[in-house]
Design a protein around this ligand. Structure first.
Ligand code: CA
Length: 229
């Protein structure tokens, strides 16, 4: 079920929006205050945000601006004043759509559906593109969980595979052992950072032509590891 966040301080409007969204099979949360709205939109897993412009504490302009630095989820901005909509457009805050009050709930739901469908297509395309990584003879098929060096398959353990995929998906960035442990093993595991050293060593033995002089996974002394492209 798609989750929608409604940030709106006029509760009668918010409830009307929620009712119509629920009739169409969506789940919707209502938040009346801008700072809570921003926090929730950033930390929870919503599929779309319906954002009123005039809100207590943090207004819709600021929420939209901050959300866009962190996520591409569709943002539908709502305002009572046509001039505000023009202003949002002019500021280029990255909202996907604008709607003026009063609006028909049917129109709102239609726009929500259109933006969710568009966003899903966008995500679908990028997932497909990112499923395959090819770098200098190393091929990783993420979906099939297979790795090849010069077309010869290499057998990796689960953790070796996850470590390689993570590093190769975020190339040219240095990750400390702590970072890698947290991302691959999870925060709840009992951590021993030597685990990372051991796994990097095994990975190099399997994928590097000369493990002592790695061309894929570099050691950045005193900092961590970097996947080089
Ligand atoms: Ca308002």
């Amino acid at each position: 079920m798609k989750k929608i966040l409604i940030v709106e301080d006029e509760i009668s409007i918010a409830e009307l929006e929620r009712d119509y969204l629920e009739i169409d099979g969506f789940y919707a949360d209502i938040i009346r205050d801008g700072s809570d709205g921003l926090r929730l939109a950033l930390n929870e897993d919503y599929d779309l945000v319906i954002l009123d412009l005039m809100l207590p504490v943090v207004d819709g302009f600021e929420i939209c601006r901050q959300l866009r630095t962190a996520t591409n989820i569709p943002i539908l901005m709502v305002s009572a004043r046509k001039e505000d909509i023009d202003k949002i457009r002019g500021l280029g805050l990255g909202a996907d759509d604008y709607i003026t009050k009063p609006f028909s709930p049917g129109e709102l739901v239609a726009r929500v559906k259109a933006h969710l469908a568009r966003y899903e297509r966008l995500l679908g395309n990028s997932h497909q593109k990112n499923d395959l990584i090819n770098i200098r003879g190393l091929s990783i098929d993420k979906a099939a969980r297979r790795v090849f060096i010069n077309n010869i398959e290499v057998n990796l353990t689960n953790k070796e595979f996850e470590l390689l995929v993570f590093l190769a998906s975020n190339p040219n960035r240095v990750y400390s052992k702590d970072d890698l442990f947290e991302r691959i093993w999870g925060m709840d595991s009992m951590g021993d950072l030597a685990t990372i050293t051991v796994h990097i060593g095994r990975l190099r033995d399997k994928i590097e032509p000369v493990p002592s002089n790695p061309q894929y996974i570099e050691t950045i002394w005193g900092v961590g590891y970097r996947f080089k492209v």
